[in-house]
Design a protein around this ligand. Sequence first.
Ligand SMILES: NC(=O)c1ccc[n+]([C@@H]2O[C@H](COP(=O)([O-])OP(=O)(O)OC[C@H]3O[C@@H](n4cnc5c(N)ncnc54)[C@H](O)[C@@H]3O)[C@@H](O)[C@H]2O)c1
Length: 370
Amino acid sequence: MIIGVPKEIKNNENRVAVTPAGINEFKRQGHTVYVQKQAGIGSGFSDEAYTAAGAEILPTIEAVYAQSEMIIKVKEPIESEYPLIKEGQLIFTYFHFASSRALTMAMIERKAICLAYETVERADRSLPLLIPMSEVAGRMAVQEGAKYLEKPMGGCGILLGGVAGVKPANVLVLGGGIVGTQAAKMAAGLGAHVTIVDISLARLRHLEEVMPANVDTIISNEYNIKELIKDSHLIIGGVLIPGAKAPSLITRDMLKLMRPGTVLVDVAIDQGGCFETSHATTHADPTYVIDEVVHYCVANMPGAVPYTSTLALTNSSLPYALQLANKGWRRACQENAELKKGLNMIHGQVVFKGVAEAWNLQYTPLEGLV
Ligand SMILES: NC(=O)c1ccc[n+]([C@@H]2O[C@H](COP(=O)([O-])OP(=O)(O)OC[C@H]3O[C@@H](n4cnc5c(N)ncnc54)[C@H](O)[C@@H]3O)[C@@H](O)[C@H]2O)c1
């Protein structure tokens, strides 16, 4: 198959969809890969590294789209890319159709095959192409939290791990899923005293087994959270109710229960946030203060560490991309139920129920199409 890897052009997006190691695999399995000039530079991969791995470098994004049967990307196509997409072209990337009607209508009009990273799903309902970004964001939440706890950054001036003779900081993690687990591990590793709350007792039981001794688990409810925030220095929000807005576990009036200089890192901000006072921020201006409480609410945290994020994402996406290249999208989806779940559009027909419902469009069931 002829595969194209364009340079990401969404604002501040430095990830790339295929690394030189990925190119090597495609080549070994008999495929041709075109990579746009400088596509990997933001993640630390030079054109020379791609060429050495067997890719052909093309000078423009137009050339990459024009010559490729499958386009592999990271972020959804933006407006200037819409006209480049050809009928029947396979586009494998994050789409998040339910958050953009313009993108949805454009892809219907282009009659592309849209396979969305975010809906590829395993039998246990886990989302293998979202997990790596949650892992990155969870670990980063502690790094960012530690930074903003410093006095000059607006925090209360406590070192997460303390030192001999001085108590460490208290870190409260809301939600013990992927984000919460990674955040708790990092904070505990730095010596903080960590508490994870979750509504799932099964999840808490598991965490209790695997976490070090400086991590406690407590069931999530309003009463417990109100008690815990009084003595927390860093609070990390990583709750998720699939398909719904995150619940506001900390309301505005609860801020006054906290000590001045407490830092909130709302990782769940991409689902609306789990603190009532959260609004999305950017890496350029990541924090704001309400009632002396520092809020960090960057919606694309992994974007700040593109090297790690690119490798984490491609470790998960490459095996699927190879199946698509080796078998074509139809057979790959027939033979792999996880990939089949990723199909959102086929030749202008919306085949993912959630997308059709989000924009009141006709839904075409996959039966008979694949
Ligand atoms: N800001 C970013 O850059 C970024 C990056 C990656 C992920 N995220 C977001 O982080 C959030 C968490 O992702 P995840 O992969 O860890 O999800 P997950 O499904 O693995 O974990 C969510 C956890 O929240 C728990 N939960 C639900 N309601 C709760 C409540 N009321 N109290 C306590 N716990 C509750 C669930 O039981 C589950 O264990 C998602 O919204 C995700 O989109 C943001």
